[in-house]
Design a protein around this ligand. Structure first.
Ligand code: XMP
Length: 511
């Protein structure tokens, strides 16, 4: 059965992602894509409606993005938000005026006419405005259904086409999620059945159908995404799935044992452990450039994975924990009509090389939805709440070349840091926390002696999706304890600094 979908075209507003969030919070499935997307991208979906997002452009800019032509030929409802509304007005020969001033902030929306869009919304409702251009003449046959002090047309409609000048997706609009849900459910007729249970059952059925009696391999890192991917597939096809866990020598303290125990005992998966740590460290010898490190690790990973998977017969599929953010990011980055799906950092190139088909059961989910699925599958909270850990592991947390000695030092420092934030009950509040071994040495004094030793940086950030992040305000007393434990317990460190930069301008990782 094809998945009902509301398609959101991203015209570049900083709020666009929130539209999909709001809909998904209401159990409505939607897809956020570039207006340049190839309509074939949706061939396995039932398109129930389109939302045209806001955007920074003016409809008067020569190269401003336009409504994709192909949607006009489908008899499917359309909702334009802000810039999206102005595009509709222009398309239907209304008049949009270029404004020099921006209207930014709260306004009171007065609903003047009955509209399905505003079902259950009070006649006077607080909304959030952020626009320059505005509509000064409606297209023929369009009706203005709401106004504000600043515009006679804060919302319009014509047949199954709707537009709102304000942003229903931001929290500052009262009942904005209801307005979006009115559009999706009442106007488009989509079902709000996008729940964890339905998702799991549908995925299991699909995987069974697709895989038949072939075998599937999965690269497991022990992280949330790959563990949940493997668990779902395991539920569908049991022993036809073999998972491979590669120890690349760049793991954290006790990670190999912890992960293997959890994968085998807790999840009951059939896992092969490939310890290739020596091989990775050999290849990384004297390499300092972060991108070179990433490339080497990626290539080595493919070599090891390929070798291990050849031991299994009749393999036709490779399972990956690709998330919706990866899919969307690649669809948006690529301009034009071709949609390129970003491969998982660790297994890029592998499916083509081994002639395997991909199975990506989580590719329609956001990270927090994946966690919900994990809970529903009965996966331990400790795993579901694990901080993300990058594929290239500690190699990109050691500035400069990677050696066994540096790895040992970083593992100890990192372990202490995580231990202390867990003791302070901060782990679950923080998106990601880790230690970095800087390539700076500095002078210190221990006892009566001068030291000249390493500086460790600690980094903790709060984020929703890793696209932006703020540094975590860990209390001073906790920071102080972390610092003194690292200095006292880790040989070779005489200075600890706390990274207080957000993303942007920094990234989360140091390399
Ligand atoms: P940045 O440093 O780009 O990180 O702000 C954003 C998120 O992505 C993770 N990250 C990686 N994950 N391979 C991965 O699998 C990589 O090369 C990589 N680089 C960054 C990072 O840990 C953070 O969660």
């Amino acid at each position: 059965m094809k998945q009902d979908t509301i398609i959101i075209f991203d015209f570049g507003s900083q709020y666009t992602r929130l539209i999909s969030r709001r809909l998904r919070e209401k159990n409505i499935f939607c897809d956020l894509v570039s207006p340049n997307i190839d309509p074939n991208f949706f061939k396995d979906r039932t398109i129930k409606g389109f939302i045209l997002s806001g955007g920074p452009n003016s409809v008067f800019d020569i190269d401003s993005p336009k409504i994709p032509n192909w949607i006009m030929n489908l008899d499917v409802p359309i909702l334009g938000i802000c810039y999206g509304m102005q595009l509709i007005a222009q398309e239907f020969n209304g008049k949009v005026e270029e404004a020099s001033n921006r209207e930014y902030g709260n306004a009171i929306l007065k609903i003047k006419k009955d509209s399905m869009l505003f079902n259950g919304i009070p006649p006077s409702n607080k909304v959030w405005m952020s626009h320059s251009d505005k509509i000064i003449k409606l297209p023929e046959n369009f009706t203005a259904v709401a106004e504000t002090n600043n515009t006679f047309c804060a919302a319009f409609e014509y047949k199954n086409i709707y537009g709102v000048q304000f942003h229903p997706e931001v929290d500052n609009t009262n009942l904005g999620d209801e307005i979006l849900s009115n559009f999706a459910v009442n106007i488009c007729g989509t079902k709000n059945d996008w729940t964890s249970q339905n998702f799991i059952q549908n995925s299991i059925n699909q995987i069974k159908d697709e895989v038949g009696d072939s075998n599937v391999i999965c690269a497991l890192s022990g992280g949330v995404d790959s563990s949940i991917t493997a668990t779902l597939i395991h539920k569908a096809i049991g022993s036809q799935l073999t998972s491979i866990f590669v120890n690349n020598g760049l793991l954290r303290k006790n990670e190999e044992d912890d992960v293997m125990n959890f994968l085998k005992k807790d999840l009951g998966l059939n896992v092969i452990l490939a310890d290739a740590s020596k091989q990775f460290l050999e290849k990384l010898k004297n390499i300092s450039d972060p991108e070179k490190k990433r490339k080497i690790i990626g290539t080595e990973f493919i070599n090891v994975f390929e070798k291990e998977s050849k031991k299994i017969n009749n393999v036709k599929f490779l399972a990956q924990g690709t998330l919706y953010s990866d899919v969307v990011e690649s669809a948006l980055i690529k301009d034009g009509h071709q949609v390129v799906i970003k491969s998982h950092h660790n297994v890029g190139g592998l499916p083509e090389k081994m002639k395997l088909k991909l199975i990506e059961p989580l590719r329609l989910l956001f990270k927090d939805e994946v966690r919900e699925i994990g809970k529903e599958l009965g996966i331990n909270n400790k795993v579901i709440g694990r901080h993300p850990f990058p594929g290239p592991g500690l190699a990109i947390r050691i500035m400069g070349d990677v050696t066994e000695k540096k790895l040992e030092l970083l593992r100890e420092a990192d372990h202490i840091f995580i231990d202390e934030i867990k003791k302070a009950n901060l782990y679950d509040e923080i998106w990601q926390a880790f230690a970095v071994l800087t390539n700076t040495q500095s002078v210190g004094v221990m006892g009566d002696n001068r030291t000249y030793q390493n500086c460790v940086a600690i980094r903790a950030v709060n984020s929703k999706d890793a696209m932006t992040a703020d540094w975590s305000k860990i209390p001073y007393d906790v920071l102080s304890k972390i610092s003194s434990r690292i200095i006292n317990e880790v040989n070779g460190v005489n200075r600890v600094v706390y990274d207080i930069t957000s993303k942007p301008p920094s990234t989360i990782e140091w390399e």
